[in-house]
Design a protein around this ligand. Structure first.
Ligand SMILES: Cc1ncc(C[n+]2csc(CCOP(=O)(O)OP(=O)(O)O)c2C)c(N)n1
Ligand SMILES: [Mg+2]
Length: 333
């Protein structure tokens, strides 16, 4: 595995701070009704992404697919955060020209394949992407993410079976954040060790501390190397936590404030900052400079998104129909 150096810790701190502040800004814009529809934020789960990115080969070779909690993953993979924020505001400069919105961020170029609102639907799609990589011998690995709620969907079992049978280069990652909307993991099944679902398929599997990017990076590296050797899939259960509600309209009656505070004691960003301070990887002034950069970039994204225009109505026709099939439509892609 690539060594976890001072530079990696500093990058993790800056990235995770940016992701958190980016989401906080979206929450504020949602309250102003500038973001419409649903809005699911990633606060608390950042280490699962930071650690995975450390193990991945970016630039389109390795791929990622996830559910609707999907704003910061593409940013981590290199998509311009300004375009992501513009997408959420429905602007033409967005990643899908403003037509995907919060739950459907995509960038094929960067290897990010969404952004899926149907719980569990992306699990077989991720296996299919890995099938393509195997078929075309690209050497790429697909990271297929889903929640603890999605783990109870039947589609997981079909995907697990085929992925094992064909030894597909895929890593299945359950982000167990404790809840599926308001339903706790304890209430969804008679067992809480979701990783054990891999055992029935003899798939290598196990739990990972999803609040610690080092643990995530190590587990992901091992799984991705296994996939690259042609030995097939791995199933990892990342034990994590979401600090905000499921989406923006969630009174959170299903958990206590004390529980949230307990998990804030193991906040992934604080864990990384503590290591930076203990090892004197940065002075207080340097940390302040990082925080300033983060705030400036969030402000830049907001300005860009706010100032961008909404798409023209005509765009609806441009991207839905092919002119050859529908000659009465004057424009084409
Ligand atoms: C097939 C389907 N059933 C139900 C829903 C409604 N729904 C949206 S999110 C969600 C909870 C999923 O929880 P989990 O998989 O743990 O992901 P998390 O939100 O915690 O990231 C449900 C039931 C849906 N979108 N799709
Ligand atoms: Mg969940």
């Amino acid at each position: 595995m690539k060594p976890i150096t001072k530079e990696v810790y500093l990058k993790w701190y800056e990235d995770m701070q940016f992701w958190r502040k980016f989401e906080d800004k979206l929450a504020a814009l949602y309250i102003q009704q500038k973001v419409r529809g649903f809005l699911h934020l990633y606060n608390g789960q950042e280490a699962v992404l930071a650690g995975a990115l450390h193990a991945m080969e970016l630039g389109g070779k390795d791929k990622m697919i996830t559910a609707y909690r999907n704003h910061v993953q593409p940013i981590g993979m290199g998509v311009d955060p300004k375009a992501v924020m513009a997408e959420l505001l429905g602007k033409v400069t967005g990643t899908s020209k403003g037509m995907g919105g919060s739950m459907h961020i995509f960038s094929k170029e960067h290897g990010f394949y969404g952004g899926h609102g149907i719980v569990g639907a992306q699990i077989p799609v991720g296996a299919g992407m890995a099938f393509a990589d195997k078929y075309f011998e690209t050497g790429g690995v697909t990271l297929t993410y889903f929640g603890d709620g999605a783990a109870r969907q039947g589609s997981l079992h079909e995907a697990f079976n085929m992925a094992m049978n064909w030894k597909l280069p895929v890593v299945f990652i359950c982000e167990n954040n404790g809840y599926a909307m308001g339903t706790s993991v304890e209430r969804t099944a008679n067992h809480t060790d979701i990783w054990k679902l891999g055992l029935g398929y003899e798939m290598p599997c196990g739990p990972v501390d999803g609040m610690n990017p080092v643990k995530v990076a190590e587990a992901m590296h091992e799984a991705m190397e296994r996939a690259r050797r042609g030995e097939g899939p791995t199933f990892l259960e990342m034990k994590t936590y979401r600090y905000r509600g499921h989406s923006m309209s969630d009174a959170q009656h299903y958990r206590t404030k004390e529980e949230v505070e307990e998990y804030k004691k193991i906040d992934p960003i604080t864990q990384v900052l503590d290591i930076i301070k203990e090892n004197k990887y940065a002075t207080d002034a340097e940390i302040e400079a990082i925080d300033q950069r983060v705030n400036d970039l969030v402000a830049e994204c907001e300005k860009f998104a706010e100032e961008s225009p909404f798409p023209e109505a005509q765009q609806l026709y441009d991207v839905v129909y092919e002119q050859e099939n529908y000659p009465f439509i004057p424009h084409r892609l």
